[in-house]
Design a protein around this ligand. Structure first.
Ligand code: SF4
Ligand code: SF4
Length: 207
């Protein structure tokens, strides 16, 4: 099971500052938790500011085939946006980043683990529900699951011909992240200071 919580208002504002935004909400996994009221209030404020090109609200956006079909009628509004801001768990954000590969896709929420099962979750877009989502720094590819060592500050240096030194059957997650950031014109993120991981967040929510 998982729950999602909004990132701070300041963090979300920094993601969309001065940009046109298309918003996607996932209302799947309702049996768990989605901060619907807070997200709704925030989105109303963003719409009042006039920088929202459109909103799509659906369930189970982690189902890529379904989501591709649902996105079709919004493509002009997505094209008009600089950023696609996603209110969902980490799996949903990764699914959209893969589908909208030329767009900047940002996570508005952090995802936390709770014991128990959950809904539709394609394995290829895995999320460890770590409580401090890094997808905004990694082009929508999860460093915890795409890298064998779950490194959050870049490559270990051991990859060979694009393959991971721990498992030669898998692509190096950080080479994927580099390519993705280059594709969306955000290699500048690689120059950010080291991100110190806050392992306490998960414990706080579990209490
Ligand atoms: S960084 Fe990865 S594990 Fe953590 S919430 Fe985001 S997608 Fe999930
Ligand atoms: S080679 Fe790449 S994927 Fe493998 S552990 Fe190093 S950084 Fe992570």
């Amino acid at each position: 099971m998982l729950i999602t919580q909004l990132k701070s208002k300041e963090t979300i504002a920094s993601l969309v500052d001065g940009k046109k935004v298309f918003i996607i909400n996932c209302h799947g996994c309702k049996e768990v938790h989605f901060p619907e009221k807070e997200a709704d209030e925030l989105q109303k404020e963003m719409m009042a500011a006039g920088n929202v090109t459109g909103i799509m609200t659906r369930d189970y956006i982690c189902n890529p085939e379904n989501t591709k079909l649902r996105l079709q009628k919004y493509m002009d509004k997505i094209e008009a946006a600089d950023v696609v801001l996603v209110f969902s768990c980490g799996v949903g954000v990764q699914t959209l980043a893969e589908i909208l590969e030329d767009k900047i896709v940002c996570a508005a929420c952090d995802t936390y683990h709770l014991p128990g099962g959950q809904g539709v979750t394609p394995l290829e877009y895995d999320c460890q529900q770590c409580g401090e989502c890094y997808l905004n720094l990694t082009g929508g590819i999860c460093p915890l699951t795409a890298c064998s060592k779950s490194l959050v500050n870049g490559q270990c240096g051991g990859s060979k011909n694009g393959k991971c030194e721990v498992d030669s059957n898998m692509e190096c997650g950080w080479e994927r992240i580099y390519r993705r950031l280059a594709q969306i014109g955000r290699l500048d993120i690689m120059k950010c200071p080291v991100q110190v991981r806050n392992y306490a967040t998960d414990d706080e929510v579990s209490k």
